[in-house]
Design a protein around this ligand. Structure first.
Ligand code: SAM
Ligand code: SF4
Length: 332
């Protein structure tokens, strides 16, 4: 079976799957307060998600990340992790992982470790419990801390992802970096991306990471290192803590030339680029036949038009979204 190579010669080896658009938080940069979620009947079943992921693994995907929405609020999600772990056992899949807000880790950390998950990304933008509550609109900071503790106990490696937000965490990032150093967590900073309509102007929260970096450099020595993990992050080593710090800068630095990934929504729509609207429906070919030939043809055709890159821009004139769907739909 043909591996997936796009028109620019990039091999697609990384699949991110949003298993639900629902979430127990409403982070202000990600969702609006009154989100309307998809009717459950539109979602792929766990069996369909397994079949879809397995097809991509046969077509060369080596790394699979489940995300959302909040992946751990999807009912019975552990059965999907359990079933997908068979591809780790055969060696066809090299990494099975997830991005989570951490709220359910106390319940699931042990199972995740049992099903072969080794490293997880936990999104956390502040260590201030009150600020956390405001930002997530309903999250419980202590629950997330307990979740992180459980994940550590289960032996999972943890990377904290924080979105840099002007007026919210700009002055707290240095403390978070120190805290991650003490806890043994990696850390990656992300620029806010213009996705989905918001109830405020994104330019107000947009904080370029170049600015964050200069500020951090007043306290820390940051040495650029050539580490590339196949993702969009550029890394530095923090001399004082010995840890790595990643910067994901879609706005100030375009990272598309090395893109190895595609994304699938919880309804089975394949997005070849996070920042473009072109997509392919995989649910119909998935449901149309029991064999996977039809599905594979649609995938090949879609990879054949993977775009060169995104066109994100946020400034005073461009506060609106570059794409109308929220991050929680495509899976961040
Ligand atoms: N609920 C899980 C979580 O928060 O980790 C997984 C899904 S969430 C959509 C994935 C990541 O996308 C999070 O790290 C979140 O901070 C990030 N994110 C959401 N909206 C974003 C935006 N507009 N710009 C940049 N990052 C965003
Ligand atoms: Fe939920 Fe994650 Fe979006 Fe926050 S960033 S609202 S936790 S999906």
């Amino acid at each position: 079976m043909a591996n997936m190579i796009d028109p620019f010669g990039r091999h697609v080896t990384y699949l991110r799957v949003s298993v639900t658009d629902r979430c127990d938080f409403r982070c202000s940069y990600c969702m609006s307060e009154d989100m309307t979620f998809l009717p459950k009947k539109d979602l792929l079943s766990l069996e369909e998600l397994d079949r879809l992921c397995s097809t991509f693994i046969r077509k060369g995907v080596k790394k699979l990340r489940l995300t959302g929405g909040e992946p751990l609020v999807r009912r019975d999600i552990m059965t999907l992790f359990r079933d997908l772990s068979r591809h780790l056992d055969t060696g066809d899949l090299e990494e099975l992982t997830l991005t989570t807000n951490g709220s359910q880790l106390s319940r699931f950390a042990d199972d995740l470790a049992r099903y072969g998950v080794k490293r997880i990304n936990v999104s956390l933008d502040t260590l201030d419990a009150e600020e956390f509550r405001k930002l997530t609109r309903r999250g419980d900071f202590n629950q997330v801390m307990a979740g992180l503790e459980a994940a550590k106990k289960a032996g999972l490696q943890i990377k904290i992802n924080a979105v840099a937000l002007r007026g919210i965490n700009d002055y707290a990032i240095a403390d978070m970096l120190r805290w991650c150093g003490n806890e043994g967590f990696g850390m990656t900073l992300i620029e806010t991306m213009p996705m989905g309509e918001m109830d405020f102007h994104r330019g107000d929260q947009y904080l370029p990471l170049s600015e964050v970096r200069s500020r951090l450099e007043q306290e820390f020595t940051l040495n650029d290192i050539p580490l590339r993990t196949g993702g969009p992050a550029r890394y530095v080593e923090v001399e004082e803590t010995g840890q790595k710090l990643g910067f994901i800068t879609p706005l100030t630095h375009n990272f598309c030339e090395g893109c190895n990934r595609v994304r699938i929504t919880c309804t089975g729509t394949l997005y070849m680029c996070l920042g473009q609207d072109d997509a392919a429906d995989l649910r119909e070919p998935l449901r149309a036949s029991e064999g996977d030939d039809l599905l594979e043809n649609v995938i090949d055709e879609a990879i054949g038009r993977k775009p060169k890159g995104h066109d994100f821009i946020i400034d005073r004139e461009h506060g609106g979204p570059a794409v109308m769907r929220h991050m929680s739909v495509t899976g961040g």
